[in-house]
Design a protein around this ligand. Structure first.
Ligand SMILES: C[C@@H](C(=O)O)C(=O)SCCNC(=O)CCNC(=O)[C@H](O)C(C)(C)COP(=O)(O)OP(=O)(O)OC[C@H]1O[C@@H](n2cnc3c(N)ncnc32)[C@H](O)[C@@H]1OP(=O)(O)O
Length: 181
């Protein structure tokens, strides 16, 4: 009888410990899974990473008309048109709460967006610009991954910071601009 009581006490005691410290009851595979999650990553750490969406750019056939649409119809805050001869475009910035839009129109005879507007006469989404924390590391890394850049190195973009464009054929059909945050 004394032996039966002692065994019952051990069972009750271990059940209470389990209730107080449920992790002590975790089966071995779960403990192993947790320790795997906590171990250091096996792949090399990236030396750069994507940040926020900086802007979405729209190529437009008529800059004044597009500016008036965003300002007067949609009620957005818009800039004056800014000529950027180094990029072959004139730009109107449309400020949104969480990002910007850029309305692009060709400037000069050799604009990089002329071909796009010839194919898309009504205009359309031209590129997305995503910030990166280390653009030089991004350029080197993407070159190694065989993603084509559209210039030898970075250029100074519309916001006075280094930028680089990646070929749309290597980015799922979307022209991607990376900008140093
Ligand atoms: C101020 C600055 C800033 O924000 O900081 C800016 O925005 S400057 C914004 C303007 N600057 C840039 O865009 C610089 C980078 N862009 C470029 O170098 C050029 O625009 C290219 C992307 C290479 C396209 O040049 P272009 O149209 O003359 O060449 P292409 O007709 O041979 O085009 C090659 C293929 O890419 C496609 N393609 C052309 N432009 C595209 C676009 N924006 N989005 C997606 N696909 C595009 C064409 O349809 C074609 O496909 P198929 O072969 O299937 O027909």
């Amino acid at each position: 009888m004394a032996r039966v009581l002692k065994a019952a006490t051990v069972v009750v005691a271990s059940a209470s410990v389990g209730a107080l410290f449920p992790r002590l009851q975790a089966p071995v595979p779960v403990v192993r899974a947790l320790s795997t999650l906590q171990s250091p990553p096996q792949v090399a750490r990236a030396v750069w990473s994507l940040g926020r969406l900086n802007h979405v750019a729209i190529a437009v056939p008529d800059l004044d008309k597009a500016r008036a649409f965003y300002r007067d119809v949609l009620g957005a805050q818009v800039s004056e048109a800014v000529p950027l001869p180094d990029h072959g475009v004139s730009v109107v910035f449309v400020n949104l709460r969480n990002t910007k839009m850029e309305l692009l129109h060709p400037l000069g005879s050799n604009s990089p967006i002329s071909g796009f507007l010839q194919k898309n006469k009504a205009g359309g989404m031209h590129h997305v610009c995503i910030e990166v924390d280390n653009i030089n590391a991004a350029v080197a890394d993407l070159k190694e991954k065989k993603i084509r850049s559209l210039s030898e190195g970075t250029q100074i973009g519309a916001h006075g910071k280094p930028v680089i464009f990646l070929h749309p054929k290597d980015c799922g059909g979307v022209l991607v601009e990376l900008e140093q945050a």
